[in-house]
Write a protein that binds this ligand. Structure first.
Ligand code: NDP
Ligand code: MG
Length: 390
């Protein structure tokens, strides 16, 4: 029986994870569930899955959750705050942690799980983008198992030689081909992008996801963050990672080899597939996802990304090449700009300009410690807020 902690249980990935777990009560039990402010959703999950512990973002939310659980006779212990998130991630009562908090808020508990040698199922790409070397060192130091949830990285993991989490020097890997749907604005007239609404940007053609990652998909910053994520997860340099637009989202990514072979993982676009893969690895379990029918799909298309239409993709490659804390600056500026766009304080086309200005203004340093990374994160957030306000 694998005992699971889900960080970000009320989000899109969290709900899909519980869906897969519910199909296999003989294999998985829930140790802890966490949310930030969606207390009623978390209460319903606790009543269904009976975790030992639940964590929310504030004392007020904890009071509210406690009252809902008592009324239902549910014995889950309620806690709140970052220390509690870290505690449920490294507790002896949990074997595996689904890291599915969105953004930099997920870094500390995800790192706590890695340091404690847990099986870490990583959806929270922002944590790895911010602190890649430190995070991978923590994983290597503790012997934690790291399994990618992001569909592209999960596909790459599956296409690498069995048993390798990373690109082995002798394996003959020539390229990692990260597929991208291109998001909702792949073919839209660039001149009209300034006026798109948050709802239009969040209407992804293929995937149902949280609002932040949906906007990242519309700007293609999501793919940029994924290039950086692939660099750290698989130990591949920037020039070995290529983005390919594939609007059908049926191929989730590919690995090409020096003998001319290109291996791909295909499936319907549903996150329960990579979640089930990571939960059961190296075995397989049913995920509830319908089998792919290629005769129904009919055509698979591919094209090169347009870096002028999607400047965020170029900014991410630039940050990866610059190294050090540059990806943390990029990530923080992006989080602030996306939030401002979702709150309709800036237009869509200002997202990339805010990030570029933050990257220009702030010198990046060495990512020598989590404190150094968090200090740069705070500076970038303040700079982005000032640029947006000005
Ligand atoms: P959602 O916005 O749907 O969910 C985010 C979760 O994190 C919620 O449970 C939320 O709680 C919690 N949360 C938000 N802010 C905080 C905070 N400050 N402190 C603690 N918890 C917080 O996001 P997704 O599920 O879409 O994405 C989660 C992560 O997975 C992201 O890093 C994303 O990039 C990655 N990912 C997602 C994919 C997808 O298909 N959705 C695909 C690949 C990667 P509450 O509900 O209470 O607000
Ligand atoms: Mg992805």
């Amino acid at each position: 029986m694998q005992r699971i902690t889900i960080l970000g249980a009320t989000g899109s990935i969290g709900v899909s994870t519980l869906d897969v777990i519910a199909r296999h009560p003989d294999r998985y039990s829930v140790y802890a569930l966490t949310a930030h402010s969606r207390v009623e959703e978390l209460a319903a999950q606790c009543i269904q899955f009976h975790p030992a512990r639940a964590v929310v973002g504030s004392a007020a939310a904890a009071d509210q959750l406690g009252a809902l659980l008592r009324a239902a006779g549910c014995k889950t212990e309620v806690e709140w705050g970052e220390a509690a998130l870290c505690s449920v991630s490294c507790a002896s009562g949990t074997d595996a942690v689904m890291a599915a908090i969105v953004g930099a808020a997920g870094l500390a508990p995800t790192l706590a799980a890695a340091r404690a040698g847990k099986k870490v199922m990583l959806a929270n790409k922002e944590a790895l983008v911010m602190s890649g070397q430190l995070f991978m060192d923590a994983v290597a130091g503790s012997g934690a198992a790291l399994l990618p949830i992001d569909s592209e990285h999960n596909a790459i993991f599956q296409c690498l030689p069995a048993g390798y989490g990373r690109v082995p020097a002798a394996a003959g890997v020539t390229k990692i081909l990260l597929t991208a749907s291109g998001g909702p604005f792949l073919k839209r007239d660039v001149a009209t992008l300034e006026n798109v609404t948050p709802d239009e940007a969040c209407k992804h053609p293929k995937w149902v996801m949280g609002r932040k990652i949906s906007v990242d998909s519309a700007t293609m910053m999501n793919k940029g963050l994924e290039v950086i994520e692939a660099h750290w997860l698989f130990g591949a340099p920037a020039q070995q990672i290529e983005v390919v637009i594939h609007p059908q989202s049926v191929i989730h990514s590919m690995v090409s080899y020096n003998d001319g072979s290109v291996l791909a993982e295909l499936g319907n676009p549903d996150m329960r597939t990579p979640i089930a893969h990571a939960l059961a690895y190296p075995e397989r379990v049913a995920s509830g996802v319908a089998q792919l029918d290629l005769t129904q799909v009919g055509t698979l298309q591919f094209e090169k990304p347009d870096f002028e239409r999607f400047p965020c993709l170029a900014l991410a490659y630039q940050a990866l090449r610059a190294g050090g804390t540059a990806p943390a600056l990029l990530n923080a500026a992006n989080e602030v700009a996306v939030q401002a766009f979702l709150e309709q304080r800036i237009g869509f086309r200002r997202i990339d300009r805010v990030i570029a200005q933050v990257m220009d203004e702030l010198p990046h340093g060495a990512a020598s410690s989590i404190e150094a990374v968090m200090a740069q994160d705070a500076l970038a957030r303040a700079a982005a807020e000032r640029i947006i306000a000005g």
